[in-house]
Design a binder for this molecule. Structure first.
Ligand code: COA
Ligand code: AMP
Length: 630
């Protein structure tokens, strides 16, 4: 079958397509149908099936005779260690952890926050929640205590599972003080915390609240897998929107299992037993779908990589891991390749390693610039497949269906829509645009299985963020076009979300922090183009009248504030003081125009601008920090 046949088969009968895909999953009770239309733009998949995530990701492989196959490889150049866990061992470890959580009262539907670095225990914690029907919410380690507190308040966890520390090159990330700080800041308090002590830093436990990861498992009964409804949430993952309040993307169990399993062969082209590697972090959606769930559900070996593309120890790390663990399919972010390319432009380190098991490399998380794709293709000799998706969708909207058919690559395009996604380009009024025309990218409802059914405790926000602008469609927040051959091109975000080193960040959230500085009267944050990270945030500050403190004192204070409130991951390092911000006559800050000035791009003077002279002041301010130099 060609891609066209498969896509057409889905379009002709989506119900039959997904019911067939669902057969690859072990159900305790098979669903009677795939889609439930709940009305008013809300849909659910496999709602009346009964199923367990952990069973499908772990136990069933042991039952099928794969118990001795390695499930997880922890490859940690940062600690210079490696460790392998078989499916049988994983089952026992997860059942024991789940049993200990259950013994402390965690049960189906309870939320559990997981705040851990790249260690296999992070995956075990996720799977243990799934085993007993608890809903996990993993929080990325690069966020500050305040961000963790916001998530604690929103999902109200019964328990938090954390590690004592994370390890960044040259720096130990002290998780425990961050955790304590977050619990102190939060209005909701968890019943208890489980602390996984790493040998690099043993944290002091808080009496009466904290239990030790190993200690609390002693003598407990391993927990069996608890079947849950197909529409039971398996996790909540917070992502950036236009404000500082993150959106809790909900993932339902049944669709998640079916869709991810489908992608492993059809998109990533791997067979059970082969090694699949996504070099991301469990705190991001890529880590959920392709470090933990996808590969394990499909019976692959997955790699938990605790390192960086460069400096741990060098730009050959990726190639070393691919050789050593016989990686068949590799997924990373373009920013990682830009870092490798900077250190090893000729790809000399690639030649030292045997990449013969590797079939293709997949890029996502941000725009893949043609230079990076061409470089990666040239030095590895492997196909480079860009693919486009979001935290909300959990899997590819548009990509290369390599397991079905390797279509021609068009550099600059993440290829074609996957079955399940009817992607359309709409004008402002919501009318579909013809091929080649630029507009908002939207997906005709319903979205496929595995995508978000709603936001956690925020149905109104779900509608406002995704459904209201274009009735009958899901609004992706990206703009782009589709060419005559049906290939999609992603050009820009239509909102104030920026993408820094593949991390999705809200400029609105950063502005909220800057506005909290006592000397700041008004501010704006924009994302400017950066050679390495794709985009970098830059803050503009207007100070209160009469404030005559040195500007560099204030700019370093706001840089520290963003690091303390949002976290190092925001990579907020540049701020400038200006007298005024460019605005429309109705008072809207012209951020897009400011970005164009910073990036030396041509722009049309906005017709509604209040005072064009301000743009010269912005240019001059940007020049003081190395941008807008022409
Ligand atoms: N825990 C704590 N801090 C973290 C962290 C984590 N898990 N991940 C990143 N940080 C910190 C970094 O140490 C850095 O701190 P610093 O300001 O003290 O240097 C800051 O957050 C910014 O991190 P990042 O933007 O990721 O840059 P980096 O300096 O760590 O380098 C590159 C990363 C440039 C090599 C980049 O190419 C990369 O690999 N980025 C990650 C891509 C990725 O996996 N994206 C996920 C989507 S698929
Ligand atoms: P996240 O939810 O963190 O995965 O970020 C999703 C957003 O990242 C998308 O809405 C896009 O703006 C951007 N993005 C992800 N993948 C790509 C890609 N392949 N090409 C262009 N932009 C991408």
């Amino acid at each position: 079958m060609t891609y066209k046949d498969v896509y057409a088969a889905w379009k002709a009968d989506p119900e039959a397509f997904w019911m067939e895909a669902a057969q690859a999953i072990d159900w305790d009770q098979a669903p009677s149908k795939a889609l439930t239309d709940k009305g008013d733009g809300l849909y659910e998949w496999f709602a009346d099936g009964m199923v367990n995530t952990c069973w499908n990701a772990v136990d069933r492989h042991v039952e099928a005779g794969r118990g001795e196959q390695v499930a997880i490889i922890h490859d940690s150049p940062i600690t210079q260690s490696q460790h392998k866990i078989t499916y049988a061992e994983l089952r026992d470890r997860v059942a024991s952890l789940a049993g200990a959580l259950a013994a402390k009262g965690v049960t189906k539907g309870d939320r559990v926050i997981i705040y851990m670095p790249m260690v296999p225990e992070a995956l075990e914690a996720m799977l243990a929640c799934g085993r007993i029907g608890a809903i996990h919410s993993v929080v990325f380690g690069g966020f500050a205590a305040n961000e963790l507190a916001v998530r604690i308040n929103d999902c109200q966890p019964k328990a938090i599972i954390a590690a004592s520390c994370g390890l960044e090159p040259g720096r130990v990330v002290h998780y425990k003080p961050l955790l304590d700080g977050a619990i102190e800041l939060a209005d909701h308090k968890p019943d208890f915390c489980v602390i996984f002590q790493r040998e690099q830093e043993v944290a002091e436990l808080t009496e009466g609240r904290d239990v030790d990861w190993h200690g609390f498992q002693a003598g407990v009964e391993p927990a069996p897998c608890v079947p849950v409804e197909g529409n039971h949430p398996s996790y909540i993952l917070y992502t950036s929107g236009t404000t500082g309040a993150p959106k809790g993307v909900v993932r339902h169990t049944g669709g998640h299992l079916v869709a991810l399993n489908w992608t492993m062969k059809n998109i990533y082209n791997v067979n059970p037993g082969e090694t699949f590697w996504a070099a991301s972090d469990v705190g991001w959606v890529v880590g959920h779908s392709y470090i933990c769930y996808g590969p394990l559900i499909h019976g692959n070996t997955t790699i938990v990589f605790e390192g960086k593309p460069v400096g741990t120890p060098d730009a050959g790390t990726f190639w070393r891991v691919i050789e050593e663990h016989k990686v068949a399919s590799f997924f990373t972010a373009p920013t990682a390749f830009r870092a490798v390319k900077r250190d090893d432009p000729k790809g000399e380190l690639v030649g030292k390693y045997d990449l013969s098991h590797l079939r293709a490399i997949y890029l996502a998380g941000e725009r893949a610039d043609p230079d990076t794709i061409e470089w990666a293709q040239a030095v590895t000799g492997k196909p480079i497949y860009d693919h486009w998706w979001q935290t909300e969708t959990g899997w590819t909207i548009a990509g290369m269906p390599a397991g079905i058919e390797a279509l021609p690559v068009k550099i600059g395009s993440p290829a074609v829509p996957m079955p399940g996604y009817d992607v359309q380009i709409l004008d402002d009024a919501g009318h579909p645009l013809p091929a080649g025309e630029l507009g908002a990218i939207a997906v005709k409802l319903p979205l496929p299985p595995g995508t978000l059914p709603t936001l956690w405790n925020a149905e109104d926000r779900f509608r406002k963020s995704y459904l209201n602008t274009f009735p009958g469609y899901y609004e992706t927040g990206d703009a782009g076009m589709i060419d005559e051959d049906g290939y999609l091109y992603i050009m820009a975000r239509t909102d104030d979300v920026i993408n820094v080193a593949g991390h999705r960040l809200s400029t609105g959230g950063m502005e909220e922090v800057l506005a909290g500085h006592p000397d700041v009267a008004e501010c704006a944050v924009i994302g400017v183009t950066d050679q390495l990270k794709g985009q970098m945030p830059v803050g503009f500050l207007c100070l209160n009248t009469g404030c005559n403190r040195p500007h560099d004192e204030i700019t370093s204070e706001v840089v520290k504030m963003v690091r303390d409130k949002i976290g190092p991951v925001a990579a907020f390092k540049l701020a400038v003081v200006v007298d005024r911000l460019p605005k429309t006559r109705s008072g809207k800050i012209l951020r897009a125009t400011m970005v164009k000035i910073a990036d030396n791009e041509d722009f049309k003077m906005p017709a509604t601008i209040d005072d064009p002279a301000i743009l010269d002041e912005i240019r001059e301010a940007l020049q003081t920090i190395g941008y807008a130099k022409g």
